[in-house]
Design a protein around this ligand. Structure first.
Ligand code: NAG
Ligand code: NAG
Ligand code: NAG
Ligand code: NAG
Ligand code: NAG
Ligand code: NAG
Ligand code: NAG
Ligand code: NAG
Length: 409
């Protein structure tokens, strides 16, 4: 019975809308008492259609329109839950009214010719799980309001052009897929924050090459891969970003040999995090070029060779973590020059020699040298350090940089 009523109502709506003399107000009054949501969806779709300048296909009634799927049960009945309009050569802009389709779970506009901005009203789509916008000419900022689409699991923006994009913030979601290589065309990009998702594939090699203003790259806790040195070319590209302050690729699936080009990263770099990967090779002495480093975090890799003595040149170095690698040789005596070093973690390596008493010049709060092959006594100057052995390292530094971390995209 209810179904029949609704069908009739829908039929009425469509008749009404096609009859030019029926004012929208009359339409609303006629139906507002029963299903205002359906009317709202209809108006939103009409608005959407009105902006499409070229639509090769013709359409019938809302829930039967090409690509429109409506819900069948409960509150979703008659409401648009899917708008699947990929690959239709549609040309036009995207109406803010799409944000009124509040039951929408999937919006696919990929492979059309949409241009203009993404409306911030998309942030009203609280049920949205999939947003497919690849291969259009959409421009401008990705609206921060998308952070309110907390059910979003997939966003594809490949082939998009974002000439004005300054921030690409998608942290703390369940995004899958690869980083859009179109980010490489976003020359104004300053900040990439994708931490804590399930992003995979290689980090686009071109990233950084053209983004002279790129300063924060936070890719931590994803599934990014690098299996050989070619994949690591991104690191070389990133050396072109002369304003880089933060580079965090920790907790991913990066393998292969650490490129020496790491020494050519911006001297502005303050935080370099590569921990929890499978990065091999040696740490080049060139790392001493990164004179503004405050934190160098490279624990849990398979780095070998000696600890570069050039690290002693990093006057601002506050935290150094190289634990759980395969480093050998001595602790550089010159580490005593690190007058801002408060945390030094070198445990679980194959470090040899005596503990330099010069370390007592460092304002050390945490020193972990356990599980090495050190010899000789612990210098008595070091006994004042409260924590000498194992301590977990606080890995959530990024919160400091993302006070508004709930803002993503
Ligand atoms: C979308 O919803 C807003 C707020 O309810 C309303 O002002 C606007 O007219 C709606 N747009 C369309 C096209 O229905
Ligand atoms: C998310 O939604 C809330 C409540 O609707 C709103 O206050 C907030 O501004 C929205 N956030 C963004 C980034 O749009
Ligand atoms: C970057 O822009 C150029 C020119 O618009 C285009 O040919 C190229 O495919 C774009 N690259 C990516 C990765 O989107
Ligand atoms: C980089 O930043 C500077 C200063 O903030 C600005 O003037 C310049 O236009 C930016 N360059 C690009 C390519 O965004
Ligand atoms: C750095 O930028 C210059 C000029 O913008 C470009 O020619 C060069 O290829 C870039 N280098 C890398 C490693 O991307
Ligand atoms: C670092 O940059 C210098 C100057 O641009 C260059 O000569 C050198 O080869 C680079 N080193 C690495 C390891 O890429
Ligand atoms: C570092 O410390 C050593 C002694 O431990 C000292 O001889 C040397 O001059 C210092 N180097 C710098 C660059 O400060
Ligand atoms: C530890 O050092 C001792 C002597 O300094 C040496 O005999 C031994 O082989 C070393 N062990 C390892 C695992 O390096």
């Amino acid at each position: 019975m209810v179904l029949v009523l609704e069908s009739l109502l829908l039929a009425f709506i469509f008749l009404a809308c096609h009859a030019a003399h029926v004012a929208p107000q009359a339409l609303l009054e006629a139906s507002a008492t029963s299903t205002p949501g359906v009317i709202s969806d209809y108006l939103a779709l009409m608005s959407f259609k009105s902006r499409i300048m070229s639509d090769p296909s013709r359409s019938l009634a809302m829930c039967q329109w090409h690509g429109v799927v409506c819900g069948l049960s409960r509150s979703r009945r008659g409401r648009v839950v899917v708008l699947d309009l990929g690959e239709l050569s549609l040309l036009g802009t995207i109406t803010p009214a799409l944000g009124n389709l509040t039951y929408m779970r999937r919006l696919n506009l990929a492979q059309n010719h949409f241009h203009g901005d993404l409306p911030q009203e998309l942030g009203n789509l609280h049920d949205l799980e999939t947003l497919q916008l690849s291969y259009n000419s959409i421009q401008g900022q990705v609206p921060p309001s998308l952070s309110n689409c907390t059910r979003l699991v997939s966003v594809s923006l490949h082939g998009g052009k974002f000439p004005n994009l300054k921030q690409f913030l998608v942290a703390d979601n369940q995004f899958r897929g690869t980083l859009p290589s179109s980010l490489c065309n976003a020359t104004m990009l300053q900040w990439i924050q994708t931490a804590s998702n399930f992003l995979s594939g290689t980090i686009p090699r071109c990233l950084g090459a053209r983004q002279k203003n790129l300063s924060i790259v936070w890719l931590e806790a994803n599934q990014f891969e690098a299996t050989n040195n070619v994949d690591w070319e991104v690191l070389t590209s990133l050396t072109n970003s002369s304003k880089m302050k933060v580079l965090d690729v920790g907790t991913n699936r990066l393998q292969g040999v650490l490129p020496n080009s790491i020494a050519n990263l911006s001297t502005q770099l303050e935080y370099l995090v590569m921990s929890y990967n499978n990065i091999a090779g040696i740490i080049t002495e060139g790392i001493g070029n990164l004179v503004n480093l405050k934190e160098l975090i490279m624990n849990h890799n398979i780095l070998k060779g000696v600890i570069p003595a050039s690290l002693s040149k990093l006057k601002n170095l506050n935290k150094l973590s190289l634990s759980n690698n395969a480093l050998s040789g001595p602790i550089p005596v010159t580490f005593g020059n690190l007058t801002k070093l408060t945390i030094l973690l070198l445990s679980t390596n194959a470090i040899t020699g005596a503990i330099p008493s010069s370390l007592s010049n460092c304002p050390l709060e945490v020193l972990d040298l356990s599980h090495n092959n050190l010899s000789g006594p612990t210098p008595k100057e070091l006994f004042s350090i409260t924590t000498l052995s194992r301590l977990g390292f606080p890995v959530q530094r990024r919160h400091r940089w993302t006070a508004h971390r709930s803002v993503m995209l």
